[in-house]
Ligand binder design. Structure first.
Ligand code: GRG
Length: 290
């Protein structure tokens, strides 16, 4: 299977589901800001990981969990909108297009991010097909991975750090800012597919390893200044003295580290019924150009 083509198809499928699930009946400018940011492009990695993790454990029909997968993209989009704000990274472009606050103003961008986050949890909690006790676990895992113990905590550490160039600093920041959200998506797929404890742990380990590989690859792409990464932070980040893997280890070592994490990730999920697509995604992460 051509994994790149498969992921492209899956991303298109997620796009159609996002369009279906964008909430209506809200102030028009807020709606437009949410819609603009949600549909501005993107790999849709997190919802795809939820669906593929469920399939890897053996869930054949994922129709009943699509809204939960889409909710993860709502949260991801909120994080990008807030990350771009003047108070954070102060970016003019995201995915090659003007950032949400550049188009709609800062106040609406903040509210669009807030709205996307809370609506994500509303969407999950109103799923009728999944038993409530499972939904509570999903909500808990997602809130943990994206909140103060995960992405929000990592973002705070990234903003607050005093550059020491140490392995501990960069690992803490990237495990929390990037990997924990990705890890929670893999775990959620497992929960929704009734994974055993051992299978769920394998998915958690896989998620953490690919999350770290994802961040290292992101840093590598920034470092080599790939032209295709329009709107991503490159020179600006370096000017702001951000901790990146290449800035500490150099490019060659960073490439090696990402490869090692991917190998560990693929090894972890060998116990699953259908590990192949997740294994393909792991390799895609370090071979991607955007
Ligand atoms: C504002 C609470 C808060 C958190 C922000 C998302 C984030 C945390 C920071 C963005 C900066 C950054 C480069 C993070 C590292 C990796 C990452 C999350 C990249 C963007 O995700 P992709 O590549 O984006 O999946 P697409 O555009 O494909 O959806």
């Amino acid at each position: 299977m051509d994994i790149k083509e498969y992921l492209k198809q899956q991303a298109e499928f997620i796009n159609s589901q996002i369009r279906r699930l964008i909430p209506s009946g809200i102030p028009e400018k807020l709606f437009k800001a949410m819609e603009y940011s949600l549909l501005a492009g993107g790999k849709r990695l997190r919802p795809v990981l939820i669906l593929e993790s469920a399939k890897a454990v053996g869930k054949e029909d994922v129709e009943d969990i699509i809204d939960i997968a889409v909710a993860s993209e709502f949260i991801h989009t909120y994080s990008l909108v807030h990350d771009d704000l003047p108070a954070m990274d102060d970016d003019d472009l995201r995915r090659g297009k003007p950032t949400c606050h550049k188009v709609f103003g800062e106040a609406i961008a903040i509210l669009a991010g807030d709205g996307l986050q809370s609506y994500a949890f509303e969407l999950i909690s109103k799923n009728q097909a999944v038993p409530p006790e499972k939904l509570i676990r999903v909500i808990n895992v997602l809130a943990h991975g994206t909140g103060i113990y995960g992405m929000v905590g990592g973002q705070a550490a990234d903003i607050l750090h005093e550059k020491e160039n140490s392995f501990d600093d960069i690992q803490f920041i990237h495990i929390h800012k990037t990997a924990k959200f990705i890890q929670s998506c893999c775990q959620i797929g497992g929960i929704l597919a009734d994974a055993s404890e051992e299978e769920e742990q394998a998915l958690k380990n896989y998620g953490l390893y690919i999350g770290l590989a994802f961040q290292i690859q992101d840093d590598i792409l920034d470092e080599i200044g790939d032209e295709k990464k329009l709107g991503k932070k490159t020179k600006k980040d370096r000017e702001k003295n951000k901790l990146t893997y290449p800035s500490i280890y150099g490019l060659e070592e960073s490439v090696k580290m990402a490869q090692e994490y991917v190998e560990k990730a693929t090894e972890e999920i060998k116990i699953l019924k259908n590990p192949e697509i997740l294994q393909g995604i792991a390799y895609y992460i370090i071979n991607r150009e955007v």
